[in-house]
Design a protein around this ligand. Sequence first.
Ligand code: NAI
Length: 481
Amino acid sequence: MVKICCIGAGYVGGPTMAVIALKCPKIQVAVVDVSISRITAWNSDQIPIYEPGLDEVVKQCRGKNLFFSTDVEKHVSEADIIFVSVNTPTKTRGLGAGKAPDLTYWESAARMIANVSTSNKIVVEKSTVPVKTAEAVERILTFNNSNISYQILSNPEFLAEGTAIQDLLNPDRVLIGGRETPDGQKAVQALKDVYSHWVPEDRIITTNLWSAELSKLAANAFLAQRISSVNAMSALCEATGADVSQVSNAVGKDTRIGPKFLNASVGFGGSCFQKDILNLVYICECNGLTEVAKYWEQVIKVNDYQKNRFVNRVVSSMFNTVSGKKIAILGYAFKKDTGDTRETPAIDVCKGLLGDKAWLSIYDPQVTEDQIKKDLSMNKFDWDHPVHLQHSNPAAVNQVSIVGEAYEATKDAHGICILTEWDEFKTLDFQKIFDNMKKPAFVFDGRNIVNVKKLREIGFIVYSIGKPLDPWLKDACSGKR
Ligand code: NAI
């Protein structure tokens, strides 16, 4: 029986391994982590990640061929194939701080593999890493234990949170990069054999190691660039009276462009896009490619601009101050169908409003109070570096209350900011909400999910990203009011 061990029981390690276990009943899969609380949760009825369909897959396989454990060394030493799916956050200090990825977690995993291995191993990079990481890993492994033969593969993960199980069951492609040597190709084939249990042959792409590593960074950069492109258009739409949804529709009908990922919003979030682009920018700079670095950096700058623009729109519409005003925040996760808040635009929007002394009442169907308070008291990038938490600013969260439903959040509020596109927000009773709010009542839709016309008929002053502006907002922004 082939044994697989995955180091890192996070958003990628957990779902990916659960699907491998489901589709390969003859393979034994162990997911290990240094976090006792995370592993305890994986072994309980309350798994640590909200992801549609994941619960069922875990329940079907757990205890049969899927195991979650903190006994990292035992499972690594027994495994034939070791996936490394640890976090690779942006460095917060030292060389490359603010851009380069922090590979501390990766390096410590590699050293541990070298220390405990007594048989040949295939080590698979599942985490997103800079180009040439495989070379560094290979060195760490062979310098620390030269009796063992290691093959390093790059198998980046393309799942999207919120649709992870569907993406894993039916991937657009699986990418495997390996050394172009007979042993390297044997290892590639061994991993291909795992995926072939359910992924059609023509969707399994094999490349050299460096192409696989770079392809993941490139894919995320292209996706984020699309969002920043449509968000840049949304600003122009507001200035000219065009409607960004109509523009996206017209543009996306061109088969060379395609309709997906063209929704304007308050900005992209999630643990990957910003981190991976910064990583790409850093690699370009290190290779002397200044113009290429600047090109990709602009994708992040437009994203920051979009979040700032949203906050400025809220404040300027509400008589240039939100001080002491209750603002309801509907949605906090970085997108619907996940409880993940890493780099969610809600953090920047909430901090911006708190900076102007607003009182926030926040509701999200999946994010806990504890998580929101932690996020709002942390500095940028600290969310993935638990050791740096001493730099946090707990004072800011005194102006925040977290509530259990949208109607409570909006009661007596002056304005509503919709920051996540949860389906339940589309069917809210906005007449009831309007009746219970202070007047004039404002809605700032950061996800373009409300029916603007209907809300204006009820009496709301509505701002929806990239849509023709309410006369009130036009006046507010031109200084007429
Ligand atoms: P995560 O933070 O949810 O999980 C990483 C886990 O690794 C944590 O539970 C941590 O305790 C554990 N860990 C760290 N060092 C360890 C060690 N030495 N030994 C054992 N466990 C250790 O991170 P997530 O989101 O799963 O991401 C992992 C990697 O996958 C990152 O490189 C990310 O860029 C990449 N990725 C993430 C995607 C996502 O949607 N979250 C999608 C595709 C790739």
